[in-house]
Ligand binder design. Structure first.
Ligand code: ADP
Ligand code: MG
Length: 542
């Protein structure tokens, strides 16, 4: 099999495939004796770039030559870049280096890798998605598709114990992010009329700055203070080398505490060896507020789907190895919690999905008389059971003027709402704001709201301005619609938004002249700075 699933994580990445029995298996990272690869890149010198645990070990000593958490930067509008030895790297290029390391794991074990599915957080917008795909291609991979991380986790869970019509809450606590997602499996018919389970994302929530690192930081402070107490010092007395020593040992101690009741940490405190014994009960006490914080996000996400009953809670992400997490979730959802290889479940689900996709192609080509060998019975079973629907990761719509009230309001009309089946298309007719208007600068926005309209969606300078910051309104670009001389304010202009996996397409048609406008300006510098109201469309025809 040359088909793989990749979990390109914020702190750790993982690659998996289906074994000859059709069961998902992770490709071991023998160099680090781990199932995962740290998503950390160290630019040692011009000729040597290191990815993984060895790179992570340089964070304290050579921090300025280390890049981590690059997933937070990928596909962002004002992309930051990294410069080393006269070369500039974009987040896409850094991500490609991590993907190349995963690819090398396969090749080092004699495998070949062709088609892959890469996972992304459910809340990723289209730009983050296309940047992730680009990173895959740059690493020489053929990206069959992307899949949402919680959907992949649900798939790998269902491959273990299939149950129809479930609503699953995925609690994914990684190294730097916490994602809560409610996914629903429901019966539907696929294109060939067969009954299949459709996996749909119902709600997402969480915090992209909350994860295992917060537990590391607490433990770091605890050990630092214990070192001071042991040696009669104050934190200010502690030398940089000692701090580095603690930093380097904290994560390992945390992992030990997931298995044992206590962990011994040996630190060289300003030259004198000190042994600190950390008890699990103390660790749990010093971090109980962060656990509670994650549970608040669970509540907030559940509030978005008030009528939904959760059947199963899936614990995903390396940080859910900490027993305190399972305890807290169990207390809230007694008897419903499931945890299976939490740091590998997402990659395994992606591997299942990848083979489902290849399987579909295989069955198509076999229908045409081709030989579709290399199938696995298990994957075949799954293909007939599931369909993963591509859903819009955001809501999309234009900014237009509402002239019905005493005062004009600039509003965002959501054409396509988050969670709709892709490709999604919607059109609406608007009118120039004034007679003899020369042109329209139609702004397209993405956001996280499910409301029909958002008011106001921009400030006076035309910058996105959400009524609720959680709506995350973002300007995608601007469509220039030129109007012929003497255009009346009653001229209908039909605006169409189409969203598919490759992005958002905006089109406007002057229905009087049949002229179509598609030139969509995406970058800030191309967008016309002149944001006068005379360049707007209005909602109603009166
Ligand atoms: P990502 O954040 O990239 O999604 P993971 O889901 O693999 O990555 O989570 C990584 C986090 O899990 C790190 O903070 C790591 O320290 C933590 N972790 C991994 N294994 C354990 C363990 N046994 N006990 C506690 N924390 C763990
Ligand atoms: Mg993850």
């Amino acid at each position: 099999m040359s088909t793989y699933g990749i979990d390109l994580g914020t702190t750790y990445s993982c690659i998996a495939r289906l074994d000859s029995n059709g069961n998902p298996e992770v490709i071991r990272n023998n160099e680090d004796d781990s199932n995962t690869v740290a998503s950390v890149v160290f630019f040692e010198n011009e000729n040597n770039v290191v990815v993984g645990q060895a790179a992570k070990e340089n964070v304290e000593t050579d921090g300025e030559r280390v890049v981590q958490f690059v997933k937070r930067e990928i596909g962002k509008r004002d992309t930051r870049t990294y410069e080393f030895d006269g070369k500039t790297y974009t987040p896409v290029e850094i991500s490609a280096l991590i993907l190349t390391r995963l690819k090398n794991l396969v090749e080092a074990q004699g495998g070949t890798i062709e088609d892959v599915v890469i996972t992304v957080p459910a809340y990723f917008g289209l730009e983050e998605r296309s940047a992730t795909k680009q990173a895959g291609e740059l690493a020489g991979l053929h990206v069959l598709s992307l899949i949402n991380e919680p959907t992949a986790a649900a798939l790998s869970y269902c491959a273990r114990q299939f149950q129809e019509d479930r609503t699953i809450l995925v609690y994914d606590l990684g190294g730097g992010t916490f994602d809560v997602t409610v996914v629903k499996m429901s019966m539907t018919q696929n294109s060939s009329g067969r009954d299949v389970q459709k996996i749909t994302v119902l709600a997402t929530g969480g915090d992209d700055r909350l994860g295992g690192k917060d537990w590391d930081d607490r433990l770091f402070n605890y050990i630092l203070h214990a070192c001071c107490d042991e040696n009669g010092l104050t934190p200010e007395d502690i030398e940089a080398e000692t701090r580095q020593d603690i930093r380097g040992k904290v994560e390992e101690a945390k992992r030990k505490l997931s298995k044992k009741q206590s962990a011994k940490v040996r630190i060289d405190v300003n030259g004198s060896r000190t042994e600190i014994n950390v008890k699990r009960t103390d660790f749990e006490q010093m971090t109980s507020d962060i656990v509670a914080k994650t549970m608040n996000f669970v509540d907030a996400t559940l509030e978005k789907v008030p009528n939904v009953e959760i059947d199963t809670v899936l614990l995903v992400g390396g940080s859910t190895y900490m027993p305190m997490i399972k305890d807290a979730v169990e207390a809230k959802f007694p008897g419903k919690v499931q945890q299976h290889d939490p740091d590998q479940a997402v990659a395994k689900g992606a591997a299942i999905y990848a083979s489902m996709l290849v399987e579909e192609v295989g069955s198509l080509s076999s229908a045409q008389g081709d030989d579709s060998s290399g199938e696995t019975p298990h994957a075949e079973q799954l293909t007939s059971k599931f369909t993963v629907e591509d859903q819009t990761p955001r809501s999309f719509g234009p900014g237009v003027v509402d002239t019905t009230g005493a005062k004009h309001k600039y509003v965002l009309e959501n054409f396509i709402k988050i969670g709709e089946k892709m490709p999604a298309v919607f059109s609406k007719t608007y009118y120039p704001l004034e007679d003899n208007q020369e042109r329209v600068l139609l702004r397209a926005f993405e956001n996280m709201s499910t409301d029909d309209t958002l008011i106001p969606c921009v400030d006076e300078d035309g910058n996105p301005q959400a009524t609720d910051p959680a709506h995350n309104v973002k300007l995608l670009g601007e469509l220039v619609v030129n109007l012929p001389p003497n255009t009346s304010r009653d001229t209908p202009i039909k605006v169409t938004f189409k969203v598919d996996a490759s992005g958002v397409h905006v089109e406007a048609v002057n229905t009087k002249t049949d002229e179509t406008f598609e030139t969509f300006l995406r970058t800030e510098s191309d967008i016309d700075v002149e944001r006068s109201a005379v360049h707007q469309l209005r909602i109603s025809s009166d």
